[in-house]
Unconditional design. Sequence first.
Length: 191
Amino acid sequence: MKESELLAELVSCIAFYGHLCPGLIIGYQAVRAALPRLRKGRARDEELVCITMTDSCAIDAIQLLTGCTAGKGNLLFRDFGKMVFLFLRRGRGAKARGVRLAMRPKILRRPPGTTTPADREAAAAALLAVPPEKLFTIRAVTDYSIPGRARIFPSQPCAACGELTMEPRLRVENGKMLCAECAPEPYTRGW
């Protein structure tokens, strides 16, 4: 890919996210490392899947550049608080092949005082200068089990609040179908 195309992608990421920061560059660099290894471009549907182990701003660059989104069901969150990303191509059945990227230790040393926009931009520029292969430990993944393609379920009104809720998410309580928000414990535990 030409440098001008890479720059255009980065500018698009910044416009989508709102500003330049190290996390956005991490997502950008992860995509730059993963897609060529998958011999795959941006997803049109669910043929490409990203499983992310963080909820950081890196995800915004990943969504924009890969087409993997929560709405399509091909951006899956396993929020373990780790800068780890799996990019997978769906195979036949529930197995997929792809690549796993894990941020290398000591890459994200944030010195004291990196809280201003200028400091964040400088840190982002430093990350952008590092080749993706040096930012991440990259390994091939084979036969990874992933959920099936997204399913569309009918919605029904909750008996308490009346809001439409996906049928599989409704709970039966005293003969009434309740959403998780209206259902008593243990359904609301952890909210």
